[in-house]
Design a protein around this ligand. Structure first.
Ligand code: HEM
Length: 434
């Protein structure tokens, strides 16, 4: 049950969610499936506000220590890397804008009459197409079968990992095998579609390297950068098509589910915002103005001028983060917390309004906004993600009207995750002349 071998440590710490008596921890661990969200607020009020760490039972990770916001800087260190794709946003931005438009037209339609759309499903479809425009380009990014396989892989992978973590250690080989078989089946489907494209890329790259006059324009996308990187390390094994395909899968797994979840929250926040505040119109005005100044084409510079859009994304991420807790780390030196203890940070319940923060971009990491994590392992894809999300918002407000939602559908809190409500719908219509 405990992730540390030192039961004395746990019983001596302030805690939330632990019942009384000998079975207190066991009951708490089971209750954590549905009560973690509630406990986050209790723990924040009782301990975090006074700068005191506390412990919490968790079915997925055993007992965890929750670090108070004041100690996050010290505990998590400083960021180390940003992804190569960030440096290439100049090339990628117009393509992402184009693929977003394709996705919107498929999911939200072109009719000026009102249409019901399922928010989560649409966000997954639009984001998977646009992200893969940057990751591997056409034809794969327009291959609906391949995109569906990628979506299946990511949506199976995360609950699968949670199921393995939540299983008692003795039974983990069994859950691991079950989850692994399911994933293997999806991987085979993905490979069937993408291996021929990867092999063709590799052949053309090799031909161009052997003969610089070979007539081929080198694509500018993540797949090509993976191939270039494989050449750069001078190890033929890295050029194995399957290995490259797995890397493409991993990039998709870490990226488009988080991006889709964030934009679906944003859509629901906008749709349910008080119409008299005019948020949507203000965003539309900013996007129209910036696009006009950029002479009708979305470039990296133009996107960087969308300040209001950026603030709206940051605020929506603050209001509904991807999880109640996050940034899991394992203690590897026995300092004041025993070795192997799991450490978490509270994301959902933070009293930032009282700190009067200055306006900051969503990609600026600070200890009062943990949407992209913090420290050494903060999200290296955040610049890419923000660029894509801003374009997502721009296309939405410039091309569609959104009917006001009286009540904002809530995410489903399971353990420390917030799963998007997959049935939530909104009504949209294409704007006249858009
Ligand atoms: C809105 C979209 C996204 C959100 C909210 C998000 C959030 C996060 C968070 C919270 C972490 C963990 C940070 C920590 O533990 O301190 C993370 C890690 C990571 N993210 Fe993202 N992410 C997003 C998009 C992306 C994209 C588009 C990519 C790649 C193209 C990406 C690649 C990664 C990678 C590789 C890591 C692991 C970093 C490490 O362990 O050092 N993410 N992300």
């Amino acid at each position: 049950l405990f992730s540390s071998e030192d039961p004395k440590f746990w019983s001596s710490q302030p805690s939330v969610g632990v019942g009384r008596g000998s079975f207190g921890w066991i009951i708490g661990t089971l209750q954590s499936i549905t009560k973690t969200y509630e406990w986050a607020f209790e723990g924040y009020e009782k301990f975090s506000k006074c700068n005191v760490p506390y412990v919490l039972p968790s079915v997925e990770r055993g007992a965890v220590v929750v670090i108070p916001p004041q100690q996050i800087m010290k505990a998590y260190g400083h960021p180390e890397s940003i992804l190569d794709m960030t440096w290439n946003l100049t090339k990628l931005t117009p393509r992402i804008a184009e693929d977003l438009a394709v996705g919107y037209e498929k999911c939200f339609g072109k009719s000026t009459g009102w249409k019901d759309v399922v928010v989560w499903d649409s966000c997954l479809k639009i984001v998977s197409g646009a992200s893969n425009g940057a990751f591997c380009g056409a034809p794969l990014c327009r291959d609906e079968g391949f995109l569906q396989d990628l979506r299946d892989h990511s949506t199976y992978f995360i609950p699968g990992a949670m199921a393995i973590n939540a299983t008692p250690r003795l039974l983990q080989p069994l859950t691991g095998a079950l989850v692994g078989w399911g994933l293997k089946y999806i991987v085979v489907r993905c490979l069937k579609r993408c291996l021929p494209v990867i092999k063709e890329r590799l052949e053309k790259t090799a031909q161009l390297k052997a003969d610089p006059s070979f007539d081929w324009t080198i694509p500018s996308d993540g797949l090509q950068w993976l191939i270039d990187e494989a050449y750069a390390v001078n190890n033929p094994a890295q050029l194995e098509p399957r290995r490259i395909a797995y890397r493409l899968l991993v990039v998709n797994d870490v990226s488009f589910l988080s991006t889709s979840a964030t934009v679906q929250n944003l859509l629901l926040d906008l749709a349910s915002s008080d119409p008299s505040r005019g948020y949507i119109q203000a965003l539309r005005d900013e996007c129209d103005q910036v696009l006009k100044e950029a002479r009708g084409t979305w470039t990296k510079d133009a996107v960087s001028r969308l300040k209001l859009v950026d603030s709206v994304i940051r605020e929506s991420m603050r209001l509904t983060p991807f999880g109640t807790f996050g940034l899991p780390r394992r203690v590897d030196h026995n300092i004041r917390i025993p070795q192997n203890t799991n450490v978490f940070s509270n994301i959902a319940s933070r009293d930032d309004a009282s700190r009067k923060p200055k306006p900051k971009s969503s990609v600026t990491l600070d200890d009062s906004f943990l949407g992209f994590g913090f420290g050494k392992h903060a999200c290296p894809g955040r610049f890419f993600a923000l660029n894509e999300m801003k374009l997502f918002v721009a296309y939405l407000v410039q091309h569609y009207d959104i009917e006001h939602l009286k009540e904002r559908p809530k995410p489903v809190n399971v353990m420390w995750y917030k799963f998007p409500s997959d049935k939530a719908t909104i009504r949209v219509r294409r704007r006249q002349g858009a």
